[in-house]
Design a protein around this ligand. Structure first.
Ligand SMILES: Nc1nc2c(c(=O)[nH]1)N[C@H]1C(S)=C(S)[C@@H](COP(=O)(O)OP(=O)(O)OC[C@H]3O[C@@H](n4cnc5c(=O)[nH]c(N)nc54)[C@H](O)[C@@H]3O)O[C@H]1N2
Ligand SMILES: Nc1nc2c(c(=O)[nH]1)N[C@H]1C(S)=C(S)[C@@H](COP(=O)(O)OP(=O)(O)OC[C@H]3O[C@@H](n4cnc5c(=O)[nH]c(N)nc54)[C@H](O)[C@@H]3O)O[C@H]1N2
Ligand SMILES: [Mo]
Length: 702
C-alpha cells in the first residue's frame, strides 16, 4: 500500500477529543477533524483501548447527520394541525417568552400537569438530566420514571448482585466459554464482539441464546433459538443440571451466596424436558450447555437487555445472574456475568440535578412506558391532574413508545401544549407546538459514563453550534431565566457541570488532556464475595422482594401474551434493533437508510407458505391494538412461530405511516415497571395493496 503523507497540522486543521453520545454499551472515544471551523471527519480514537480506533457504520457518518440538510436550525412554531409537521420559523425571544408564559400559567394552578419526557438520545450527563432536571425540580413538575429500556433487567441485577455491576468487558477475551444471551453483539455491542473474537481465536466456545438467528448467532459455535420470554425456564433448567451432576462450587455457594437451599428446591422443578417444552428447543441443547457451563473455566455470560422486554424479564435476569455464583465463575476475572456496568460509576446525581429545588413539593412520578395511556387520562385522585404540557428532549416517543396508536392520539390532543427539543422533525416533533433546535455532540460539552465498559469520557465541542441551535442546558437555563428562577444552579456553565458530575471522584485534568479515564476497579470484583447487596452475598433469595410481597426467588413467568394462547394471533413478534439505526436515530440519514432498505418482517418459511407470503411481498401485521404494513422477508433468521420486525423506523418513512410499535402493548414487566416490546402476539396476512391514494402507494409498487 502506498503511504500517503498526512496534511501538516495547522491551526486551520485540528483534531478534537469527544465521546459518542449514543445509547449503546460501547461509548466510544471520538476524534473529530475540524478544518476551518467545519467538522470533516469523525474517527475512533486509537488511544482508547475500548474503542480501538474503530467506529460503527452509524457514527462514522456522524458528520452526515450533523450537517444534514434537514437539521432544525431555528425555533419553529406550529401553523398546521398537530402531526402534519407544518411550522413557521420564529425568534428565540418570541418562542421562549411564549413557552414560559404558557408553563407559568399551568404551574400557577397545577405544576404536576407539566411533564418532562426524555431518554437517551444523548447519554451525556450534562445534556441529559442536569440543567433540565434542575428546571423541572424548581417548577415542581411531575417526575418521570425512565423505564423504557433497562428497568426490568436493571432491577433484576440490583436484587441479585446488589447493583448494575459485573465483569470487566476486556476480561471476556480470556474466557473459555462465552454465552451471548439476548444480545446481537455484532449489531449493537460491536466493541464487546472484538473481545469475544479474541477469545474465540484462543479456543473459547461461543453460544448465542436468541430467538432470532442474528449475524452474531451465525458466528457462534451454537445457537439456541428459544421462544421469546422463556429465558428463566432455560436458566433454571441449567441449574437443575448443575445440581444433579454436582457441577457446583460448594465452597463459593457456602461463603458468598444467600438462599441456596430454596433456590436448589426451585431449580429441581425444572428438568430439561420441562424447559425444552417451554423454550421450544431440543433437550440436548440444554443438557450440553449445562455440561459446558459446569465444566469450563472461566465461563462468562454477556447478558443484554433484549431478554428482559417481556413480562418475566426481571425474573429472567435474576435467574441468569445467579448462575456464575453456582459454579464459582466469579473467582476468575474472565468469569461471571455482564449486563450493565453503569452502577460502577460514582456519579454525583444530586449535585447535577439539585432535587432540593423541589422544596416541600412531592410531585407524582409517571412511567414513560405508559405515555400513551397517561396522555389520554383525565384528572382523578389516583392519577392526579390531567397532563397539560409535555416537554420532550433526547427522545422520540411517537416512534419508540409502545402502543403508538394511543401515543399518537395523546399527542394529537388540541388541549396539550407540547415543546420538543430536537435535531430533526421526527414523528414526535411533527406534533409539537414549538420545536427548539438543539446542538449535536459536535457542538457542545458533555461527560459520559458507559453501560458496557468502565471508562469516563469527556466530550469537548469541536465546532460552533450550527444555525441558531443551542445545547439542551442552555435552552433550560434561558427558560428558567424567563420564569424568574434566580437560584445560582441555573447560572452554572456546561464545562462546570462536567466537573460537577463526578466532583473529586475523577481526575478531570487528565480527562481534559486525554479524553478518557479508566475507573480503578478490581480485575475479579466478586472473587471473594463483596456483592453490594444488603447481605454482601449474591442473593438467590431477596428479602427486599419478599418485603414487597413478591417471590423472593427467581422463577419463570410466562409472557402476558404467551405463544399458543390465541387463535386469532398465533405468531410471537419481537422487534429488535436494526444494525444501521440506533433506536429511531439515523433513520433519516440516507446512506444508512439505503443499507436497511425498508421496514421488513422476517418470517420463517413454515409460517409464510400457508399464508401465501413470499419474500418482497407487502404484508399486513396486526393484532387487537392495531395494524401495520411492511415487506416480508422469508428467512431462516426467523424461527417458526416467531416473526421479527426489525428496527424502530420513523413512522412517516414507513410504508403506511406507522411502525412496529403500533402493535406492542403498554403492559409492564414483573420488576422495574418496564415495557414488554417483545411480548406481543400478532397475525400476518399477505396484503393486496395499500389504501388508495396513500402517499406510499407508489413506493410499494416499485
Ligand atoms: N446498531 C444498534 N446498536 C444498538 C441499538 C440499536 O438500535 N442499533 N440499541 C441500543 C440500545 S437502546 C440498547 S438498550 C442496547 C442493547 O440493546 P438490545 O435490545 O439488547 O439489543 P441487541 O443486542 O440487539 O439484543 C437484542 C437481542 O435480543 C433478542 N431477543 C428478543 N427477545 C428475546 C428473548 O426473549 N430472549 C432472548 N434470549 N433474546 C431475545 C433479539 O432477537 C436481539 O437479537 O443496544 C444498543 N445498541
Ligand atoms: N418496538 C420496539 N420499541 C423500542 C425498542 C425495541 O427494541 N423495539 N427499544 C427501546 C429502547 S431499548 C430504547 S432505549 C428506546 C429509545 O428511545 P429514544 O431514547 O427515544 O431513542 P431515539 O429513538 O434514538 O430518539 C432519540 C432522539 O433524541 C434526539 N437527540 C439526540 N441528541 C440530542 C440532544 O443533544 N438534544 C436533544 N434535544 N435531542 C437529541 C435524536 O435526534 C432522536 O430523535 O426505544 C425503545 N423502543
Ligand atoms: Mo435501550
Amino acid at each position: 500500500m502506498p503511504q500517503t503523507t498526512p496534511p501538516p497540522r495547522t491551526d486551520a486543521s485540528r483534531k478534537i477529543l469527544g465521546a459518542c453520545p449514543h445509547d449503546c454499551p460501547d461509548t466510544c472515544s471520538l476524534l473529530t477533524t475540524v478544518e476551518n471551523g467545519v467538522a470533516t471527519r469523525v474517527q475512533g480514537n486509537p488511544a482508547h483501548p475500548q474503542t480501538g480506533g474503530t467506529l460503527c457504520a452509524k457514527v462514522s457518518r456522524y458528520t452526515e447527520r450533523s450537517y444534514h440538510a434537514e437539521r432544525v436550525l431555528t425555533p419553529l412554531r406550529r401553523v398546521g394541525p398537530k402531526g402534519l409537521g407544518r411550522f413557521e420559523p420564529v425568534s428565540w425571544d418570541s418562542a421562549l417568552s411564549d413557552i414560559a408564559a404558557r408553563l407559568q400559567s399551568i404551574a400557577a394552578r397545577q405544576p404536576e400537569a407539566i411533564v418532562p419526557y426524555s431518554y437517551a438520545g444523548t447519554m451525556g450527563l450534562v445534556q441529559g438530566e442536569s440543567m433540565a432536571a434542575r428546571f423541572f425540580n424548581r417548577l415542581g413538575a411531575s417526575l418521570l420514571d425512565r423505564t423504557i429500556c433497562a428497568a426490568a433487567g436493571g432491577e433484576g441485577l440490583v436484587q441479585t448482585l446488589g447493583a448494575k455491576v459485573g465483569m470487566r468487558v476486556e476480561a471476556f477475551a480470556q474466557a473459555g466459554l462465552i454465552i451471548i444471551w439476548g444480545s446481537n453483539s455484532i449489531g449493537s455491542n460491536l466493541h464487546f464482539w472484538r473481545y469475544a473474537q479474541e477469545a474465540k481465536r484462543q479456543g473459547a466456545r461461543l453460544v448465542c441464546i436468541d430467538p432470532r438467528k442474528t449475524e452474531t448467532a451465525d458466528k457462534c459455535h451454537e445457537h439456541i433459538a428459544l421462544m421469546p420470554g422463556t429465558d428463566a425456564a432455560l436458566a433454571l433448567s441449567l441449574m437443575h443440571e448443575l445440581i444433579t451432576h454436582d457441577w457446583l462450587d460448594h465452597d463459593y455457594i457456602e461463603r458468598y451466596t444467600l438462599g441456596w437451599a430454596e433456590l436448589r428446591a426451585r431449580a429441581l422443578q425444572w428438568p430439561p424436558e420441562r424447559a425444552a417444552a417451554v423454550c421450544g428447543v431440543p433437550v440436548a441443547q440444554i443438557t450440553h450447555l449445562a455440561r459446558d457451563y459446569g465444566n469450563t473455566r472461566p465461563a462468562a455470560i454477556r447478558l443484554n437487555y433484549g431478554m428482559q422486554r417481556v413480562r418475566g424479564g426481571g425474573n429472567a435476569a435474576r435467574a441468569v445472574a445467579c448462575l456464575p455464583a453456582l459454579v464459582g465463575a466469579w473467582r476468575h476475572a474472565a468469569g461471571g456475568v455482564l449486563l450493565s456496568s453503569s452502577g460502577q460509576f460514582p456519579v454525583d446525581r444530586a449535585a447535577l440535578q439539585q432535587p432540593d429545588l423541589r422544596g416541600l413539593a412531592q410531585p407524582r412520578t409517571l412511567n414513560m412506558s405508559t405515555l400513551g395511556n397517561d396522555l389520554l387520562r383525565e384528572s382523578s385522585d389516583a392519577f392526579g391532574p390531567k397532563i397539560e404540557a409535555l416537554i420532550v428532549y433526547n427522545s422520540n416517543p411517537v416512534a419508540v413508545a409502545p402502543e403508538s396508536g394511543r401515543v399518537v392520539r395523546g399527542f394529537e390532543r388540541e388541549d396539550l401544549f407540547t415543546v420538543v427539543l430536537e435535531h430533526f422533525l421526527t414523528d414526535t416533533a411533527d406534533h409539537a407546538d414549538y420545536v427548539l433546535p438543539a446542538t449535536t455532540q459536535l457542538e457542545h460539552w458533555d461527560i459520559h459514563t458507559s453501560y458496557g465498559h468502565t471508562d469516563v469520557l469527556l466530550n469537548r465541542p469541536a465546532i460552533a453550534p450550527l444555525g441558531q441551535a443551542k445545547p439542551n442546558t442552555q435552552i433550560f437555563r434561558e427558560l428558567a431565566g424567563r420564569m424568574g428562577f434566580l437560584e445560582p444552579g441555573f447560572a452554572e456553565s456546561d464545562e462546570s457541570l462536567c466537573r460537577t458530575a463526578f466532583g473529586a471522584g475523577i481526575d478531570f485534568e487528565r480527562l481534559l488532556a486525554e479524553g478518557f479515564v479508566t475507573l480503578p476497579l478490581a480485575d475479579a470484583p466478586f472473587a471473594t464475595g463483596g456483592f453490594p447487596t444488603p447481605s454482601g452475598r449474591c442473593e438467590f433469595v431477596s428479602a427486599r422482594l419478599q418485603a414487597q410481597g413478591l417471590d423472593g426467588l427467581p422463577d419463570h413467568l410466562p409472557n402476558h401474551e404467551p405463544a399458543g394462547s390465541s387463535l386469532a394471533y398465533p405468531l410471537a413478534m419481537i422487534s429488535p434493533p436494526a444494525r444501521n439505526f440506533l433506536n429511531s436515530s439515523f433513520v433519516n440519514v440516507q446512506s444508512l437508510r439505503d443499507i436497511e432498505g425498508e421496514p421488513v418482517l422476517e418470517i420463517h418459511a413454515d409460517d409464510a407458505a400457508p399464508r401465501g407470503i413470499v419474500s418482497g411481498a407487502v404484508v399486513k401485521v396486526f393484532n387487537q391494538r392495531g395494524d401495520y404494513r411492511c415487506k416480508a422477508q422469508v428467512s431462516e433468521r426467523a424461527r417458526p412461530g416467531v416473526v421479527n420486525g426489525l428496527g424502530i423506523w420513523w413512522r412517516k418513512l414507513g410504508l403506511d405511516g406507522r411502525n412496529v410499535n403500533e402493535l406492542t402493548s403498554q403492559q409492564l414487566t414483573d420488576l422495574g415497571r418496564g415495557p414488554v416490546f417483545y411480548d406481543c402476539l400478532v397475525q400476518v396476512q399477505a396484503w393486496a395493496g395499500l389504501p388508495a391514494g396513500h402517499p406510499a402507494d407508489n413506493a410499494a409498487g416499485e
